[in-house]
Design a protein. Structure first.
Lengths: 112, 111
Protein backbone atom coordinates (compact mmCIF):
# COMPACT_ATOMS: atom_id res chain seq x y z
CA UNK A 1 0.00 0.00 0.00
CA UNK A 2 1.14 3.51 -0.78
CA UNK A 3 2.44 5.52 2.16
CA UNK A 4 1.17 8.85 0.82
CA UNK A 5 -2.13 8.84 -1.02
CA UNK A 6 -3.96 11.60 -2.80
CA UNK A 7 -7.59 11.77 -3.85
CA UNK A 8 -8.84 12.33 -6.44
CA UNK A 9 -6.08 11.45 -8.89
CA UNK A 10 -7.74 13.38 -11.68
CA UNK A 11 -10.40 16.05 -11.55
CA UNK A 12 -12.04 18.31 -14.07
CA UNK A 13 -14.04 21.19 -12.67
CA UNK A 14 -15.58 24.42 -13.86
CA UNK A 15 -14.56 27.96 -13.10
CA UNK A 16 -16.02 29.20 -9.84
CA UNK A 17 -16.53 25.78 -8.27
CA UNK A 18 -15.12 24.88 -4.87
CA UNK A 19 -12.91 21.84 -4.87
CA UNK A 20 -10.99 19.93 -2.23
CA UNK A 21 -7.93 17.77 -2.76
CA UNK A 22 -7.10 15.31 -0.02
CA UNK A 23 -3.87 13.82 1.19
CA UNK A 24 -3.42 10.98 3.65
CA UNK A 25 -0.26 9.34 4.93
CA UNK A 26 0.58 6.27 6.91
CA UNK A 27 4.22 7.13 7.45
CA UNK A 28 3.63 8.74 10.83
CA UNK A 29 5.28 11.94 9.66
CA UNK A 30 4.50 15.22 11.37
CA UNK A 31 5.24 17.53 8.44
CA UNK A 32 3.02 17.79 5.37
CA UNK A 33 3.22 19.98 2.28
CA UNK A 34 1.19 20.93 -0.77
CA UNK A 35 3.00 21.76 -4.00
CA UNK A 36 1.85 22.76 -7.41
CA UNK A 37 3.73 21.73 -10.56
CA UNK A 38 3.41 23.53 -13.87
CA UNK A 39 5.43 22.71 -16.99
CA UNK A 40 8.71 24.62 -16.98
CA UNK A 41 8.18 26.05 -13.50
CA UNK A 42 9.14 23.18 -11.28
CA UNK A 43 7.49 22.61 -7.91
CA UNK A 44 6.08 25.57 -6.03
CA UNK A 45 5.06 25.39 -2.39
CA UNK A 46 1.47 26.35 -1.62
CA UNK A 47 1.15 25.58 2.11
CA UNK A 48 2.97 23.52 4.69
CA UNK A 49 2.15 22.22 8.14
CA UNK A 50 4.58 21.02 10.79
CA UNK A 51 1.88 19.70 13.09
CA UNK A 52 -1.89 19.83 13.44
CA UNK A 53 -1.84 23.33 14.91
CA UNK A 54 0.89 24.72 12.67
CA UNK A 55 -0.13 25.94 9.21
CA UNK A 56 2.08 28.16 7.08
CA UNK A 57 1.75 29.85 3.73
CA UNK A 58 4.17 28.99 0.99
CA UNK A 59 5.17 31.09 -1.96
CA UNK A 60 1.88 30.82 -3.88
CA UNK A 61 -0.93 30.53 -1.30
CA UNK A 62 -3.34 33.07 -2.83
CA UNK A 63 -6.54 31.36 -3.95
CA UNK A 64 -5.91 28.30 -1.80
CA UNK A 65 -6.67 27.23 1.75
CA UNK A 66 -5.73 24.15 3.75
CA UNK A 67 -6.93 22.11 6.67
CA UNK A 68 -4.90 19.72 8.81
CA UNK A 69 -7.63 17.48 10.18
CA UNK A 70 -5.26 15.07 11.86
CA UNK A 71 -1.59 14.30 11.80
CA UNK A 72 -2.20 11.96 8.87
CA UNK A 73 -4.52 14.16 6.81
CA UNK A 74 -3.92 17.44 5.02
CA UNK A 75 -6.46 18.89 2.60
CA UNK A 76 -6.10 21.62 0.02
CA UNK A 77 -9.12 23.67 -1.05
CA UNK A 78 -9.70 25.95 -3.97
CA UNK A 79 -12.56 28.16 -2.86
CA UNK A 80 -13.42 29.39 -6.34
CA UNK A 81 -11.42 27.61 -8.99
CA UNK A 82 -10.01 29.54 -11.95
CA UNK A 83 -8.41 28.20 -15.14
CA UNK A 84 -4.87 29.21 -14.18
CA UNK A 85 -5.11 26.81 -11.25
CA UNK A 86 -4.99 23.99 -13.76
CA UNK A 87 -1.89 22.05 -12.70
CA UNK A 88 -0.51 18.90 -11.14
CA UNK A 89 -0.75 19.02 -7.36
CA UNK A 90 1.51 17.03 -5.07
CA UNK A 91 1.28 16.35 -1.39
CA UNK A 92 4.49 15.51 0.45
CA UNK A 93 5.46 14.48 3.96
CA UNK A 94 8.59 14.50 6.08
CA UNK A 95 9.70 14.21 9.68
CA UNK A 96 11.37 16.81 11.80
CA UNK A 97 14.43 14.63 12.09
CA UNK A 98 14.91 13.98 8.39
CA UNK A 99 15.21 16.24 5.38
CA UNK A 100 13.74 13.85 2.84
CA UNK A 101 10.28 14.63 1.54
CA UNK A 102 8.08 11.78 0.36
CA UNK A 103 5.68 12.72 -2.40
CA UNK A 104 2.25 11.36 -3.13
CA UNK A 105 1.27 10.30 -6.67
CA UNK A 106 -0.24 13.66 -7.54
CA UNK A 107 -3.65 15.02 -8.50
CA UNK A 108 -4.12 16.36 -11.99
CA UNK A 109 -6.62 19.22 -11.81
CA UNK A 110 -8.17 20.87 -14.83
CA UNK A 111 -10.31 23.97 -14.45
CA UNK A 112 -12.41 24.78 -17.50
CA UNK B 1 14.06 33.48 -5.37
CA UNK B 2 13.94 30.39 -7.51
CA UNK B 3 17.37 28.77 -8.06
CA UNK B 4 18.57 28.53 -11.63
CA UNK B 5 19.28 25.10 -13.06
CA UNK B 6 21.42 24.40 -16.08
CA UNK B 7 21.25 22.93 -18.57
CA UNK B 8 17.50 22.83 -19.10
CA UNK B 9 17.79 19.57 -20.99
CA UNK B 10 20.49 17.09 -21.88
CA UNK B 11 20.53 13.96 -24.01
CA UNK B 12 23.11 11.26 -23.40
CA UNK B 13 23.97 7.78 -24.52
CA UNK B 14 24.32 5.03 -21.95
CA UNK B 15 27.69 5.17 -20.28
CA UNK B 16 28.21 8.89 -20.81
CA UNK B 17 28.55 11.43 -18.03
CA UNK B 18 26.51 14.51 -17.22
CA UNK B 19 26.64 17.42 -14.81
CA UNK B 20 23.58 19.34 -13.65
CA UNK B 21 24.06 22.67 -11.96
CA UNK B 22 21.96 24.64 -9.50
CA UNK B 23 22.77 28.27 -8.71
CA UNK B 24 21.30 30.69 -6.22
CA UNK B 25 21.60 34.44 -5.83
CA UNK B 26 21.01 34.10 -2.08
CA UNK B 27 23.05 32.39 0.60
CA UNK B 28 22.17 28.72 0.91
CA UNK B 29 22.06 26.46 3.92
CA UNK B 30 21.39 23.30 2.02
CA UNK B 31 20.59 21.97 -1.42
CA UNK B 32 18.21 19.06 -1.96
CA UNK B 33 18.15 17.00 -5.15
CA UNK B 34 15.12 15.11 -6.46
CA UNK B 35 14.46 13.10 -9.59
CA UNK B 36 11.06 12.80 -11.22
CA UNK B 37 10.41 10.17 -13.85
CA UNK B 38 7.73 10.81 -16.42
CA UNK B 39 4.27 10.48 -14.89
CA UNK B 40 5.62 9.80 -11.42
CA UNK B 41 6.19 11.69 -8.20
CA UNK B 42 9.55 13.28 -7.37
CA UNK B 43 11.91 11.06 -5.42
CA UNK B 44 14.62 12.25 -3.05
CA UNK B 45 18.20 11.70 -4.16
CA UNK B 46 20.39 13.56 -1.72
CA UNK B 47 20.94 16.63 0.40
CA UNK B 48 24.09 18.71 0.69
CA UNK B 49 24.44 20.76 3.82
CA UNK B 50 26.49 23.81 4.59
CA UNK B 51 29.70 22.58 6.05
CA UNK B 52 30.09 19.67 3.70
CA UNK B 53 27.79 17.00 5.07
CA UNK B 54 25.89 14.93 2.52
CA UNK B 55 23.04 12.50 2.93
CA UNK B 56 21.45 10.40 0.27
CA UNK B 57 20.33 7.03 -0.90
CA UNK B 58 21.70 6.74 -4.35
CA UNK B 59 25.21 6.14 -5.51
CA UNK B 60 25.54 9.53 -7.12
CA UNK B 61 27.85 12.36 -6.29
CA UNK B 62 27.31 16.04 -5.86
CA UNK B 63 29.11 19.11 -4.68
CA UNK B 64 28.12 22.26 -2.85
CA UNK B 65 30.19 25.40 -3.31
CA UNK B 66 29.18 27.65 -0.43
CA UNK B 67 31.13 30.64 -1.71
CA UNK B 68 29.44 30.55 -5.10
CA UNK B 69 26.06 29.34 -3.78
CA UNK B 70 26.12 26.56 -6.32
CA UNK B 71 25.56 22.85 -6.32
CA UNK B 72 26.37 20.35 -9.03
CA UNK B 73 25.03 16.84 -9.48
CA UNK B 74 27.37 14.39 -11.21
CA UNK B 75 25.88 11.48 -13.12
CA UNK B 76 28.63 9.18 -14.25
CA UNK B 77 28.36 6.16 -16.51
CA UNK B 78 24.71 6.97 -17.01
CA UNK B 79 22.12 4.23 -17.24
CA UNK B 80 18.73 4.21 -18.92
CA UNK B 81 17.16 4.40 -15.46
CA UNK B 82 18.74 7.82 -14.91
CA UNK B 83 16.30 9.39 -17.37
CA UNK B 84 13.95 11.89 -15.81
CA UNK B 85 13.75 15.46 -14.65
CA UNK B 86 16.12 16.53 -11.92
CA UNK B 87 15.15 19.28 -9.52
CA UNK B 88 17.22 21.09 -6.96
CA UNK B 89 15.49 22.53 -3.93
CA UNK B 90 17.18 25.24 -1.93
CA UNK B 91 16.85 26.02 1.76
CA UNK B 92 17.59 29.61 2.68
CA UNK B 93 16.53 29.49 6.31
CA UNK B 94 18.61 26.69 7.73
CA UNK B 95 15.59 24.86 9.07
CA UNK B 96 14.45 23.18 5.84
CA UNK B 97 10.97 24.51 6.59
CA UNK B 98 10.47 25.68 3.06
CA UNK B 99 12.27 24.54 -0.08
CA UNK B 100 12.37 26.58 -3.26
CA UNK B 101 12.74 24.35 -6.29
CA UNK B 102 14.38 25.11 -9.59
CA UNK B 103 12.55 24.61 -12.86
CA UNK B 104 14.27 21.29 -13.51
CA UNK B 105 16.73 19.66 -15.90
CA UNK B 106 15.35 17.04 -18.23
CA UNK B 107 17.82 14.18 -18.70
CA UNK B 108 17.30 11.61 -21.42
CA UNK B 109 19.58 8.59 -21.65
CA UNK B 110 19.46 6.74 -24.94
CA UNK B 111 20.62 3.16 -25.54
Amino acid sequence: DADVTQTPRNRITKTGKRIMLECSQTKGHDRMYWYRQDPGLGLRLIYYSFDVKDINKGEISDGYSVSRQAQAKFSLSLESAIPNQTALYFCATSTSGDYEQYFGPGTRLTVT
Amino acid sequence: QQPVQSPQAVILREGEDAVINCSSSKALYSVHWYRQKHGEAPVFLMILLKGGEQKGHEKISASFNEKKQQSSLYLTASQLSYSGTYFCGTDYSGSARQLTFGSGTQLTVLP
